[in-house]
Design a protein around this ligand. Structure first.
Ligand code: CP
Length: 324
């Protein structure tokens, strides 16, 4: 279980939600609230991070996270540079730390990193003085995804504490699942997982997580379902018989959702595989908050950038007004 501390305490970096207190996570979500409005303006820019230089180091494919970070940085007035492995000297054999140290020699302030290796973000954070934000590292954590998931649930249901949230699908390969489990538990939610036994990590119950083998039971139990993509690129053979079989047994369909005892909130971090883990009627239906999740992603990332740059929880509204 998460060892929660009572006070707001965010260090130099954000590499994961494991070990962060409910107060810290609530502080980040509350800081995101005033930043939402900036994206609704005609001129979507405030100079909260004016003069800061941020490097987005994306060594794995990404649509939502990479663009969301870049929007967040630019809307807060930072200077940004985007680097991918294919366009950098990584293809010539340069190490991650050497790449980062060379960037630091050009006087950067923050690094946002996505990497296929679990632990890459904390490895980097321990070796460079710049703030490091984990944008997804292997199967470890994806903290800003879980933060935007929680903000979206809170928007829709008014709270997190006491809610029942079930994460459905490929749990074993999922950094999103791990970050959601740590974050939701820190805020007092009950968390369960549902999927084929081959895709549920052994010993998950030791994290205080209930496990369902039938999607119908998960739908009956949950206030919100966070439905995950099957990460076929991380699977060797044999995890599931076929995509069609997976959809037949675990797919969240309109017919299954119609039997829910409440208006279950439907989340998905994307990218969606329609007709596999979720049907289009559910993904595009009235209970879906999939696009609001994406909108909230920008505000959450603004909040994390602002706080790591030295901002204080509760200070975002004043910072935004004072200089806009
Ligand atoms: N949710 C998420 O991480 O999506 P991307 O891989 O497109 O960034």
């Amino acid at each position: 279980m998460n060892q929660a501390r009572p006070e707001f305490e965010l260090g130099k970096d954000l590499v994961g939600l494991e070990g962060l207190s409910g107060a810290t996570i609530t502080g980040i979500l509350d800081t995101a609230e005033p930043f939402k409005e900036i994206s609704e303006r005609a001129i979507k820019k405030v100079p909260v991070l004016r003069g800061k230089t941020i490097v987005n180091l994306f060594f794995e494919p990404s649509t939502r996270t990479r663009i969301s970070f870049e929007f967040a940085e630019k809307r807060l007035g930072a200077d940004t540079v985007n680097i991918s492995s294919s366009g950098s000297s990584v293809v010539k054999g340069e190490t991650l730390v050497d790449t980062a140290r060379n960037l630091e020699a050009m006087r950067i302030d923050m690094v946002v990193i996505r990497h296929s290796s679990s632990g890459a973000a904390s490895f980097l954070a321990d070796r460079i003085p710049s703030n490091v934000i984990n944008a997804g590292d292997g199967q470890h954590e994806h903290p800003t995804q879980a933060l935007l998931d929680m903000l979206t649930i809170r928007d829709r249901l008014g709270r997190i504490e006491g809610l029942k949230v079930c994460i459905v699908g490929d749990i074993v390969h999922s950094r999103v699942a791990r970050s959601n489990i740590f974050g939701l538990q820190a805020l007092g939610a009950e968390v369960a997982v549902c999927g084929p036994r081959s895709l549920i990590p052994r010993g998950i119950e030791e994290l205080g997580v209930e496990s369902f083998n039938h999607i119908e039971d998960a739908i009956e139990w949950a206030d919100a379902l966070n439905i995950l993509r099957l990460q076929l690129e991380r699977m060797s053979t044999g995890f599931i018989p076929s995509l069609r079989e997976y959809n037949r047994v675990f797919g969240v369909t309109r017919a299954r959702l119609a039997r829910a005892p409440r208006d279950t909130v439907i989340l998905h971090p994307g990218p969606i595989n329609r007709g596999v883990e979720i049907d289009s009627a559910v993904a595009d239906g009235p209970q879906s908050v999939i696009l609001p999740q994406v909108t909230n992603g920008v505000a959450v990332r603004m909040a994390v950038l602002y706080l790591l740059a030295g901002g204080v929880p509760g200070g975002a509204e004043a910072a935004k007004q004072e200089i806009s």
